[in-house]
Design a protein. Structure first.
Length: 147
């Protein structure tokens, strides 16, 4: 079952259950996927993962902005939508698991300076696509390279 088919099925069940907030999040995902498909190029599974990660990141950033403005009433729905969207992403890896992979990449590439950071982050991002946030990867690489 493709992601679009799964989203459509979940939209239908959310409508029947009258889950307004969940329905809003699912429709947001569907709209983003349909928009990506109109580009003319086929949307790969990797593209779908990147799109979902982007949607989660947007929701979390919006929630942070609302929190800084003491608007919990607006932050809560954003966080709820981010949680719904994350259900369609693969399980996120722990920091320890990410550290092991990044250490392996650093060993393979012989990275040791700031100049090597981009190469390490690029390789780690490819290997951990959909399984970790790039911000977390970047922080771990900086920590391990003592930057």
């Amino acid at each position: 079952m493709s992601l679009v088919e799964k989203i459509n099925a979940d939209i239908k069940s959310a409508m029947l259950a009258k889950e307004k907030e969940k329905l809003e999040a699912l429709r947001g995902i569907k709209a983003a996927l349909l928009l990506a498909q109109t580009s003319g190029e086929p949307v790969t599974e990797n593209d779908e993962l990147k799109l979902l990660q982007k949607l989660v990141k947007q929701r979390k950033e919006s929630a942070e902005i609302y929190k800084t403005q003491n608007r919990e009433d607006l932050a809560a729905p954003e966080l709820f939508q981010a949680d719904i969207i994350q259900q369609y992403l693969p399980a996120q890896m722990s920091e320890e698991e990410i550290k092991k992979i990044v250490l392996n990449i650093i060993t393979q590439t012989g990275a040791s300076t700031v100049r090597d950071m981009g190469k390490v982050i690029g390789m780690a991002s490819k290997e951990l696509a959909g399984k970790s946030d790039n911000k977390v990867i970047s922080e771990i690489v900086k920590q391990l390279l003592n930057i």
